[in-house]
Design a protein around this ligand. Sequence first.
Ligand SMILES: NC(=O)c1ccc[n+]([C@@H]2O[C@H](COP(=O)([O-])OP(=O)(O)OC[C@H]3O[C@@H](n4cnc5c(N)ncnc54)[C@H](OP(=O)(O)O)[C@@H]3O)[C@@H](O)[C@H]2O)c1
Length: 297
Amino acid sequence: MTDQSTSFLGHLPVRRIGFGAMQLAGPGVFGPPADPDAARAVLRRAVELGVDHIDTAQFYGPDVVNDLIRETLHPYPEGLRLVTKVGATRDDTGAWLPGAEPADLKHQVEQNLRSLSVERIDLVNLRRFERDDPDRVEPALEDQLGALADLRDEGKIDMIGVSSVHAATVRTAIETVGIGEVQNPFSILDRSDAEVLDLCREHQVSYVPYFPLGSAFTGGPAALAADPQVAAVATKHGVSPSQVALGWLLAQYDRLLLIPGTSSVAHLEENLAVADIHLDDDDLVALDKVEPRPVGH
Ligand SMILES: NC(=O)c1ccc[n+]([C@@H]2O[C@H](COP(=O)([O-])OP(=O)(O)OC[C@H]3O[C@@H](n4cnc5c(N)ncnc54)[C@H](OP(=O)(O)O)[C@@H]3O)[C@@H](O)[C@H]2O)c1
């Protein structure tokens, strides 16, 4: 690692603060945004400010977010890393369809290659549902990882990641195919993934928390603003509660990469400015006392 602001996405050097594109779709991550020009402005500003890691999915919209990324940013700047996820699809009504068999995964990777207009995707996460719905019967993990490894052999994927998974799945993925990241929900409001974070530290695997602000679906940013510990640290540094929450995440692990999602240029700029905030030991001790709260998906 060269400095505090850079780290690694698997073997690729990236800035520690990237951009999650999920908030660019319409309400409920379905359909187009109310103002597509505003969504494009967020993407353009992100790259202008040096973002070199964007997280997306074909099922954001569906299709909407990948199309916005391609229309706005292609031809992509040198070094921009695009990360997507496979394992689910949505139809035109927004309904979730089964889409996690090995053949489905291969089809979804091809869709992402086309819609993003790239020959190879830097990292593809296998999005499992074992955390969201423990009763769901999923295809065998080894078969799913094998399908992605085939695509890696063919040069269509650089790295494989796993998302929304328990520690046992992370271990299997590390041992069988090797992974470039784990993408799981984790924030100062939801620290229930500490075991997987420890595993990533142990194996030096990049850890990319989703819902870093505690999840828009359950009022995460408002809960952060209402938390007395977060508010006190925010006041001390003259920054916002959301910035404190992101700064706390950066302090957890040097290969933790942020992909905060926003549909607003002002919030994007605020989130990227977190690279310049340095929380001290007193701040971190105070923030450990933040009351965890359940978050939704
Ligand atoms: N693997 C998975 O299953 C999975 C699941 C969910 C998300 N993800 C990925 O992870 C990324 C991050 O997750 P998320 O976007 O859902 O995170 P989040 O914790 O829900 O945060 C997003 C929410 O925070 C608000 N926000 C962002 N910056 C803010 C700021 N500086 N001040 C106040 N509010 C702010 C956004 O509203 P505004 O638009 O108004 O800023 C939005 O409501 C996603 O974009 C997506 O790429 C992956």
